[in-house]
Design a protein around this ligand. Structure first.
Ligand SMILES: Nc1ncnc2c1ncn2[C@@H]1O[C@H](COP(=O)(O)OP(=O)(O)OP(=O)(O)O)[C@@H](O)[C@H]1O
Ligand SMILES: [Mg+2]
Length: 241
């Protein structure tokens, strides 16, 4: 069950973004902010400012690996795609996920961009065993069907989809970034706004995922996602106070 505070803030957010100008201001901001935060979680070394400069002005300030700049541009393009997809009336399809992933790994690993893995994967330092690659397609079909059939509150539905996605780990790389965009696509489709998981949240984020996978108890995971959702909503509302 969602807290009263979340329900209340969601109503305020829905009202706020009925004004398309306000929504535009926030999504423009998020184009850089999500690229910065989501890529930093993945290990990208760009600062927020460097991310903003490469995205808005194509300026490679600082002498960071070229890959880091490409990833920033890629994330901004992928977020634009997510905004487009969120306007579609129809349900999310596997192809939408593949398109997002293709954009995330574009120019970085073109052989695997937009393609499910055909090898096994593991995460260093993690106990989790991911499904055999032969099962990925069927598991992703189930995931899409579960999203479609899920009538719970948008943030619960989005959180479940993200956890299931990262537990299938359908790609060789780029799973986390694609999963966070999928979560945010579900929120946007439900007239809400993306959640911002910050680099400082990384340890907590990984710990609650790992706990949910190893103990099958996802309570702390949901608690974490709800708190980030609430924090993000408060932040957007403050932008207009
Ligand atoms: N047991 C686990 N421990 C840590 N991360 C996990 C686990 N299971 C799934 N994940 C997910 O895997 C992601 C890392 O996978 P991958 O390297 O493919 O994604 P990425 O987008 O390249 O990087 P990142 O997700 O770190 O941003 C984590 O962000 C997390 O969402
Ligand atoms: Mg990675």
């Amino acid at each position: 069950m969602l807290s009263k505070e979340i329900v209340l803030k969601e109503t305020e957010i829905k009202n706020l973004i009925k004004n398309s100008q306000s929504k535009r201001v926030i999504t423009d901001y998020l184009s850089t902010e999500l690229a910065y935060t989501s890529n930093a979680i993945e290990g990208n070394t760009l600062t927020r400012k460097e991310t903003a400069l490469i995205i808005s002005k194509d300026i490679t300030s600082g002498s960071k690996p070229l890959k880091d700049y490409i990833e920033a541009k890629n994330h901004a393009t992928a977020f634009n795609l997510v905004l487009e997809l969120s306007k579609k009336k129809s349900d999310i399809e596997q192809d939408d996920i593949l398109r997002i992933h293709r954009q995330i790994l574009k120019g970085i690993d073109d052989d695997f961009a937009g393609r499910y893995r055909n090898v096994s994967v593991r995460i260093a330092g993690s106990q989790t065993v991911f499904p055999n690659s032969a099962k990925v397609y069927a598991l992703m079909s189930d995931l899409i069907e579960n999203i479609r059939a899920d009538n719970s509150a948008a943030i619960c539905k989005a959180a479940k989809a993200h956890l299931n996605f990262v537990s299938i780990h359908p790609f060789i790389d780029g799973n986390g970034r694609t999963a966070r965009l999928l979560l945010n696509l579900i929120l946007l489709k439900n007239k809400l706004l993306p959640i911002i998981i910050r680099p400082q949240d990384r340890k907590h984020y990984i710990d609650v995922i790992e706990e949910a996978q190893t103990t099958k108890n996802a309570q702390n995971y949901f608690k974490f996602i709800f708190s980030v959702h609430l924090r993000s909503m408060k932040f957007y509302l403050r932008m207009f106070k």
